[in-house]
Structures are given as structure tokens and as C-alpha cells.
Design a protein around this ligand. Structure first.
Ligand code: CP
Length: 312
């Protein structure tokens, strides 16, 4: 079984069958986690390069662990100490890594479309680990897998995304994938942080968070990305907290078994209160664990096809 593609650039262009193929493979990889030896030889002899132009804790570590559990050789490029600081362009960096026979390049970049540029110019498999406001496909996949694992369905599952939808690549990947899987997706946040026309994607908009949380099975809370805002899009953090922080009080009217998710890193006390983040409804650390299995599945299912590679 494999995906019929070299790269994973986003979830927008995957169809439902592709999503089912990936999600269906995750359980098998997760079953390895309880073994004393968690490694399998799937990617022996393959080289995975992790090229992050933006900070990361979860995604970088998770990809590294995933690739090592598949027995790949893993190289991390630290942008701040690489020739990128001397002005090397993205394509030249990519071609340099490919000349070293990288089979996979996992890239995070502040510019939407940077992974697509690499994918067009290289024969290594490119995996988007987050590009600007565009997509964060493996985060979307691990969110869906966690929802499915906990709620046993995605069809007609009611999922609410809360917060900075405008700047969130996680929101976009969630929306593309969840709507394709038949979930009912809603968003809630200040009007200035909700992209115009989002309803055209089949998404319901609630400006009143209290009203929204009553309706749903899952609340996926997004980080307020102050670093990506070029202007003040809400009057103050205090006001944001008053209107949009997910608190215990707000959850009193929610379903008892509502699932609380957050892709991380969390701003405790801003978009989520600490007691909610640490509550039994929260599955934030389980999302992280599932992220490794999801990334193993993606590495396994993609088809890196190097030009001039012998099939022997
Ligand atoms: N969720 C996520 O992308 O976290 P990192 O920025 O730590 O990778």
C-alpha cells in the first residue's frame, strides 16, 4: 500500500481515499510503541533531512523519532549555522541536500509555498512541516487520527476550531481534511481573525464562543500567533481572554465528554486556561504521541523516486 505521490504538501489536494489510507496505517505504527524494540527496518538505507527555517519542538522531534523508528538515517540542518545565513537560496539548499542523496526533505518555512517550490525542483520526497499561513498537513492528520481514536468516527463529528483561524496553517489542514471525511466543522474567534469566505469551505462561523461550545464533540484550540500579526487584530490580550479563552466556566454548557485539543505550543492563560489544558477531557499529549505514528505512516506511504536510482 502506498500513496500515489512523491510529496506531502498539504491536505487540500488529497482525496478521501488517500486520507483513509494514511489514517488506516497509523494504528499499525502506533502498535510498535508498546514493544521494547520500537524500531522496524522499513527505511533502512534511506536518508531523511530535516530542514526547518522556523522554530519547532513537537514537529521536528516527532519527525526525527518517526524516521529513526523506521531505521532511516536522519540529518538535522540547523538553519542558523548553515550556509543559508550566507544567502543561499532555498532551491540551491535543496539541490545540495539532494546531491548528498537525501531521499526525504522535511521542510518548515515561513513562506507559504516553499515546500512546493522544493517539490517541483527536486526528486526527493518533500514533506511540508508547516509553511506560513498555508498548511501543516501532518498536524492535520494527527488531529484527525486523535479525533477518530477517541470518538470512533469522523463522519458527522462536530468539530470546533477556536481562535486565530486567519494565521493558522493547522486550521486550514484541519478544515480540508475534516470536511472531506464528512465531519461538521465550525470556527469561532474574533471577526478579524476569521478569513473572509470561509463558509464557502462548508464551515460554520460562530463569533460567540459560549454558543459554539454547546454544540460540538471536539474543541481544537489554536495558538494566538502574535508573531505573524502585522497589525493588532484584536484590542488587547485581556479582551481576547475575556471573549475567547477556553475556560472551565465556558465548558459547563459543553458535552460532558467533549474532547479538548491543542496543536501546541500552548499559551496557557491566553487561548486556554491551565485547568482546561490539564483536564481529563484534554488529549494534548496524546496528540503528540499520535504525531509520531502519523509521521511514520507518511514516510512509509510516500514514494521517494530519485532520478537515476537503480531498482536493485
Ligand atoms: N504543533 C506544532 O507544529 O508544534 P511545533 O511548532 O513545536 O512543531
Amino acid at each position: 500500500m502506498s500513496l500515489n505521490c512523491k510529496d506531502l504538501l498539504g491536505l487540500e489536494h488529497l482525496d478521501k481515499k488517500d486520507l483513509q489510507t494514511i489514517l488506516g496505517s497509523v494504528k499499525l505504527f502506533k502498535s510498535l510503541f508498546t514493544r521494547s524494540v520500537k524500531k522496524v527496518p522499513t527505511l533502512v538505507g534511506k536518508t531523511v533531512v530535516i530542514l526547518f527555517y522556523e522554530p519547532s519542538t513537537r514537529t521536528r522531534t516527532s519527525f526525527e523519532i518517526a524516521a529513526k523508528r523506521l531505521s532511516a538515517d536522519v540529518v538535522n540542518v540547523t538553519v542558523s549555522t548553515s550556509s543559508i545565513v550566507k544567502g543561499e537560496c532555498l532551491i540551491d539548499t535543496g539541490k545540495t541536500l539532494e546531491a548528498m542523496k537525501a531521499d526525504y526533505i522535511i521542510v518548515r518555512h515561513s513562506l507559504a509555498g516553499a515546500p512546493a517550490i522544493l517539490a517541483r525542483n527536486l526528486s526527493a520526497s518533500i514533506i511540508n512541516a508547516g509553511d506560513g499561513f498555508h498548511e501543516h498537513p501532518t498536524q492535520g492528520l494527527l488531529d484527525l487520527y486523535t479525533m477518530y481514536e477517541k470518538k470512533k468516527k469522523l463522519e458527522r463529528l462536530k468539530v470546533l476550531l477556536v481562535g486565530d483561524i486567519l494565521h493558522s496553517r493547522v486550521a486550514k489542514s484541519n478544515i480540508w481534511a475534516l470536511t472531506k471525511m464528512g465531519a461538521q466543522v465550525a470556527v469561532s474567534g474574533p471577526p478579524t481573525l476569521i478569513p473572509a469566505g470561509i463558509e464557502d469551505l462548508g464551515v460554520k462561523v460562530y463569533y460567540d464562543l459560549d454558543e459554539a461550545v454547546k454544540q460540538v464533540d471536539v474543541v481544537n484550540i489554536l495558538r494566538i500567533q502574535l508573531e505573524r500579526q502585522k497589525e493588532n487584530l484584536f484590542p488587547s490580550v485581556y479582551e481576547y481572554v475575556e471573549l475567547y479563552q477556553l475556560t472551565k466556566e465556558r465548558l459547563r454548557s459543553a458535552k460532558k465528554d467533549v474532547l479538548i485539543m491543542h496543536p501546541g505550543p500552548m499559551n496557557r492563560g491566553i487561548e486556554i486556561s491551565s485547568d482546561v489544558a490539564d483536564s481529563s477531557n484534554a488529549v494534548i499529549n496524546e496528540q503528540v504521541t499520535n504525531g509520531i505514528a502519523v509521521r511514520m505512516a507518511v514516510l512509509y506511504l510516500l514514494n521517494p523516486k530519485r532520478k537515476n536510482e537503480s531498482s536493485n
